[in-house]
Ligand binder design. Structure first.
Ligand code: KG4
Ligand code: ZN
Length: 332
């Protein structure tokens, strides 16, 4: 039996999880709501809050899993990408814990872990498959050949999809994180209210900064004559903005799936929690005869459960790291 304790601290979620033979026994997530009023994550505040929370979060994860620390076989942790100070807290904690217990340490790539969250589902995808990974910092089309063998086919050349949601929310005076706010408001809105632009770029490239600028100009233009323009049209603006982003994501995903001829298709990352994306993704896969895979809601946004499953596969492959390992901030 293999038991792994996992730690995630790359951004604004302090999380710990325990998995046993690839099954999650506990997944504790403490979200730093303190950033909400700033419209984004304040890096220094994030690392301090990780420091304050990490001991309690790890204890709770062990307690919920009903596992004693002496029963652990390895510790996995998010090495990157993420905020340096935030990553350092998890990295130092994981190193110290592994050293104290005399067990192996496993470094995990956060973006690979998002993809592998799909293996926490009852029916996991079959290799090879294509995964659209959409988070606050990344937008990637990934060809997944095996658990630890992934090829990035394309990514964003400017803002990430989640960032486009967060920045739009900030412009409209909604709190951080903006994705869930826009998702909620869009539910009753008209997707045809405003025609946001589709960027003309490479086949597998993404760009969202033009859409965000287009929103900014739309608001500026209308607020001049109507100061209540945002509140009067919020659901329609959110619906049409969200519709454009999700349509771009799904169209590019479809091109990749057709070109690579795979039958299994997945989404992952914080934006995969978006209700419109989940619905449209399922509809697209059904109409094309593809098998759709979406992580459970709790494994879409940042969580240590995905770091545990990624750590499990690395452990099986004997891929451990040494105590001199340092975090990396940008995608590898
Ligand atoms: O994966 P994640 O938790 O953290 C990163 O690795 O970045 O993703 C966070 C992102 C944020 O930009 C947040 O606004 C977005 O995921 N997000 C959503 C939804 N829930 C979270 N975006 C759209 N709709 C949602 N329901
Ligand atoms: Zn993430």
């Amino acid at each position: 039996m293999t038991r792994i304790l996992a730690i995630e601290s790359s951004c604004d979620e302090t999380s710990a999880a325990v998995c046993q033979d690839g099954k999650i026994l506990s997944n504790v997530v403490s979200s730093q709501i303190q950033h909400s009023k700033y419209g984004g994550v304040i890096p220094e505040l994030a690392s301090r809050l990780h420091q304050q929370k990490i001991v309690a979060v790890v204890s709770m994860a062990l307690e919920k899993a009903e596992i004693d620390q002496k029963e652990l076989d390895a510790i996995s942790f998010t090495r990157g990408p993420g905020l340096l100070g935030a990553l350092l807290v998890g990295t130092c904690f994981a190193k110290t814990y592994a050293l104290g217990l005399g067990i192996p340490l496993i470094d995990v790539d956060h973006m690979q872990a998002h993809v592998l969250a799909n293996f926490l589902q009852k029916t996991p995808p079959e290799f090879p498959f294509i995964c659209l990974t959409v988070s606050g910092g990344h937008t990637q089309l990934v060809l997944v050949k095996d658990y630890l063998d992934m090829e990035i086919l394309g990514q964003t050349i400017d803002d990430a999809a989640g960032e486009a949601f967060d920045k739009a929310a900030k412009i409209m005076g909604l709190p951080y994180p903006g994705g869930p706010q826009i998702d909620r408001n869009a539910k009753t809105g008209n997707i045809r209210f405003y025609d946001f632009p589709t960027p003309r770029i490479g086949k597998y490239e993404f760009s969202f900064s033009g859409i965000k600028t287009s929103l900014l100009y739309l608001l500026k233009r209308n607020l001049k004559t109507n100061p209540d323009y945002i509140s009067q049209n919020l659901s329609d603006i959110c619906a049409s903005y969200q519709h454009r982003i999700i349509t771009i994501l799904l169209n590019k995903l479809a091109v990749a799936v057709e070109e690579y001829g795979v039958k299994d298709v997945a989404i992952a990352g914080g934006v995969s929690a978006n209700s419109y994306l989940r619905t449209k993704f399922r509809e697209m896969c059904e109409s094309k005869g593809w098998r759709a895979h979406i992580p459970a809601f709790q494994f879409c946004t940042d969580n240590a459960g995905m770091i545990a499953i990624a750590g499990y596969y690395k452990h099986l492959a004997g891929k451990h790291t040494d105590l001199y390992v340092t975090p990396f901030t940008r995608s590898k």
